[in-house]
Design a protein around this ligand. Sequence first.
Ligand SMILES: [Zn+2]
Ligand SMILES: [Zn+2]
Length: 265
Amino acid sequence: MAKINVLDSEYEKLQKDIQALNDKWSEQCSDIIINGIEKIKDMKAPYLSQLELAIDFHQYRSFIEELLALISCNKSELKISADKAISLLNDDVLQRWFKEAIAVNDIYFKKFAEENDLPEWLPMFAAEHAVRPYLQKAAEKLKDKLKKSDHNHGCPSCGEPARFAIIDKSGKKELTCPRCLHSWEEKKISCAHCGTEGDLVIIKIEEEESAEIHACHKCKGYTKVIDVRQMFKKESPTLLDIKSIHLDYIAQEKGFGIPEVTGAH
Ligand SMILES: [Zn+2]
Ligand SMILES: [Zn+2]
C-alpha cells in the first residue's frame, strides 16, 4: 500500500491556520488561577475535571471570535452562523461554554446548536479550540502534580483518550495529548488504554518508517506512534496528530477504536 494522504490541501491549510492561531493564543494567554488543587480526591480521574480555572473571559471570547472569523473567511457561507454564534456570547453563555468545553460535553453543544439554529459542529468546535490555550497553561502549571498522578488510560490532565504518542530523542515512547500538550512516558510495548502487554500488536505502515499503530487485542484500542527522531522539522503534536489521520483510518478499518475510559491500569 502506498502512502496515503487523505488530507486535502485546503483542509490541511485550515488546520495549519488554526494551529498558528493556537500558537499566538498560547503566547497571549493571560495568567490563570487554578482553584481546588488541595481538594483533589480522585487521583485516577482527569485533574481538570476536578478543578476550577479562573480566567479572563473577555480574552476567551476574543479567541472564539478570532477562530470564527478565520472559519468564515475560509468558507463564506458560514459567516451568518459565525456572526450569530458571536452575538449569543453573553457572560453566562461564555462561562458555560468554557466549562462544557473542558468536559467535552458534546450533548450540551449539540443542543445549543439545535436551539439556536447553528451548524451542529460549530459551537463545540469554537468553544473547544478556544479553551485549549487555558488547558495547556493549566497542564504546564500542574506538571509536577501530574507526574505523581495514578492516571487512567487517558490524559491525566484533561482526560483526552491516549491515542497519540511519539518516540522521542532518547527512544522513549511518550504519550502526548494533542489537546493540552501534556506528555507522559509509557512502556514501549504496552497498551496505552488498558495497560496489557501480551495482546499488543504493532502494525507497520508500508513506506512510512516513522509511523506505527500499536493496537490491542484485549481492549480493541489503538495508539498512533510517530518516531520524530528522523524528522527534519519539529512539528506540534496537534498537527502531527491531524497529519497522521490516515493511521486512524487504517486502525479503524482493522476493527480497532478508542475505548471508553474506565478503571485503572
Ligand atoms: Zn490533555
Ligand atoms: Zn488495551
